[in-house]
Design a protein around this ligand. Structure first.
Ligand SMILES: NC(=O)C1=CN([C@@H]2O[C@H](COP(=O)(O)OP(=O)(O)OC[C@H]3O[C@@H](n4cnc5c(N)ncnc54)[C@H](O)[C@@H]3O)[C@@H](O)[C@H]2O)C=CC1
Ligand SMILES: O=C(O)CCC(=O)C(=O)O
Length: 530
């Protein structure tokens, strides 16, 4: 008998599969504190949560029998994935069940914003008949900018077209062909900022999407724009938004999510006449709660019964026979993928994985999964992608995976390479494990290098001229950026060259821009490998 604990309010109908299963005993105990959970979790094989329960390392440590944590929803930011992975606890989510519901909430927010519905309601029920203060705008013929064209963003775009809106879409995986199929114009963040009358965000919160609409964007944004966030708090800089509204630049905003949830009573959104809010209700419909509970209950049963499952968001078990040969390459694979994703611009169309040397004789499928994980996690969020779901996610986003094997490995025992083909370019990174030295990046595009794939790196392409290294060093030094390591690669004396610097901390964006402006510098890009 497997014991399952449901610790958040989850649809009864959705979990009826578990209730009716003869090998499952289910307890519902909601609203427990961390301490209370720690006390009781030891007897359970599975924990089922929505977004309220914070599943911490302490809870997992106490959960000696815990095999699986199910999240009835998309975001797993309330679960310590690393701690689960360390303990071999599978974390599953239900990514599809609340797509339409959240899309419809986004639309409800957009229309309420355009027509001042919450503000007008409050005045009317307060006894005032005010028809002058609430003149709205139509959606028809307006431009909607959608940042994040995944499941929810694509559904929002489809509905916006029915309202006669022109849709500009931006997503690192949105190709010209897919945009055409969806009937949206492929755009950059900059295009959206300059042209959109309404902007809605549908990305996960990642280091890259954090404050993707911030002070800088508000300084160029189209006057009168209205902004909606039903994804994650923090994608739009809340304070910069309030300033932009108060300055008369932004006409209003509708938010379902906050940087800190629940927000404090003093949060500026809660008293602002031009900002409407809901308490993270995007997924709160009867249908969505049933869908996500059904999806996650099905997967939970499969895992407990030792059957194949999908939608695992953390580390999978790797077959024992390949583990010993491949496992040392998994972390390198993720880092090579991430490195390549950070240097390649344009939507990724194809990932070419190269395995040469002794690896050519091994089934390298598991390694490919880790490499693809590294590429996708940069854009989709590291809590959403793992080696179990990476190939599936690549397929659903139309990213082609090619694997090339060869016995020729340029003098290394094994060489692993990743080439990303995007709409704009092709970028390659290769690496190896060196006896006694650990993982190394051995090649970036056509340049041989020897770089530890760790921490903060600066990749600089430049002309091979005397003094260039000194100029970069002086500029970084004067901005308090300490260079820990440096590698220079070139093909011809005096020709094009690259420099890879290991630096002790993240380099501020304005310093990177100053580096890129130096004479004989071509590009400068920061890469973070953790
Ligand atoms: N308010 C609520 O109750 C709910 C919120 N959500 C949130 O909505 C968001 C979207 O969910 P889904 O569409 O299901 O996820 P998804 O994974 O299908 O789509 C996210 C998209 O964002 C794109 N993206 C990543 N970085 C980007 C960047 N820098 N610029 C532009 N696009 C970028 C990804 O390529 C991906 O296509 C998630 O944050 C999810 O947690 C989801 C359900 C309910
Ligand atoms: O369970 C909820 O209501 C939150 C839904 C959500 O934000 C998600 O699925 O990412």
């Amino acid at each position: 008998m497997f014991k399952v604990l449901v610790s958040d309010p989850i649809s009864d109908l959705g979990i009826s599969l578990l209730v009716e299963a003869s090998d499952i005993s289910i307890d519902k105990k909601t609203g427990l504190s961390e301490d209370e959970l720690v006390q009781i979790i030891g007897e359970y094989d599975a924990l089922l949560v929505r977004s309220q329960t914070r599943v911490t390392e302490r809870i997992m440590t106490a959960g000696k029998q815990l095999k699986v944590i199910g999240r009835a929803g998309v975001g797993v930011d309330n679960i310590d994935l690393e701690a689960a992975t360390k303990r071999g606890i599978v974390v599953i989510n239900a990514p599809d069940g609340n797509t339409i519901t959240t899309c419809e909430h986004t639309f409800a927010m957009m229309m309420a914003l355009a027509r001042h519905i919450p503000q007008a309601y409050l005045k009317t029920v307060g006894g005032e008949w005010d028809r002058k203060s609430f003149v709205g705008v139509e959606l028809r013929n307006k431009v909607l900018g959608v940042l994040g064209m995944g499941r929810i963003g694509s559904e929002v775009a489809a509905r916006a077209k029915a309202f006669g809106m022109t849709v500009l879409g931006y997503d690192p995986f949105l190709t010209e062909e897919r945009a055409e199929k969806l009937g949206v114009k492929l755009a950059s963040v900059e295009d959206v900022v300059r042209e959109a009358d309404f902007i809605t965000v549908h990305t996960p919160l990642t280091p890259e999407t954090r404050h993707m609409i911030g002070k800088e964007q508000f300084s160029r944004i189209k006057k009168g724009v209205r902004i909606i966030n039903c994804a994650r708090g923090g994608i739009i800089d809340e304070l910069a938004l309030v300033e932009a509204i108060d300055a008369g630049i932004v006409a209003g905003a509708a938010f379902d999510v906050f940087e800190e949830e629940p927000p404090t009573k003093e949060h500026p959104f809660l008293s602002h006449p031009k900002i409407i809010v809901t308490p993270h209700l995007g997924a709160s419909t009867v249908e969505a709660q049933e869908n996500v509970a059904i999806d996650v209950s099905e997967q939970l049963l499969h895992i407990l019964r030792g059957e194949p499952y999908k939608n695992a968001v953390n580390m999978p078990p790797v077959p024992a026979d390949v583990l010993s040969k491949l496992e040392p390459y998994f972390p390198l694979g993720v880092k090579l993928g991430s490195f390549a994703a950070q240097i390649a611009s344009g939507p990724v169309k194809e990932i070419v994985v190269g395995c040469s040397g002794e690896l050519a004789d091994v089934d390298t499928q598991p390694l490919t999964r880790y490499i693809v994980q590294g590429v996708l996690a940069h854009h989709l969020g590291s809590d959403q992608v793992n080696a179990v779901n990476s190939m599936h996610l690549a397929k659903t986003r139309g990213v082609n995976i090619v694997v090339n094997k060869s016995h020729a490995s340029k003098g290394f025992t094994n060489l692993v390479s990743v080439t990303l083909r995007t709409d704009k370019e092709e970028r390659t990174v290769a690496g190896a494990l060196l006896n006694g030295f650990g993982a190394r990046i051995t090649q970036i595009d056509q340049y041989p290098v020897d770089v530890a794939p760790e921490g903060n790196l600066l990749l600089i392409s430049h002309n091979d001229k005397p003094g260039i290294i000194g100029r970069v060093g002086t500029l970084l030094g004067s901005n308090d950026v300490n260079i820990a390591t440096m590698q220079v690669g070139r093909k011809l004396v005096g020709g094009a060259a690259i420099m890879v610097l290991g630096v002790d901390k993240a380099v501020p964006k304005d310093v990177i821009a100053q580096v890129a402006d130096l004479t004989d510098l071509v590009t400068a890009k920061e890469i973070q490998l953790y």
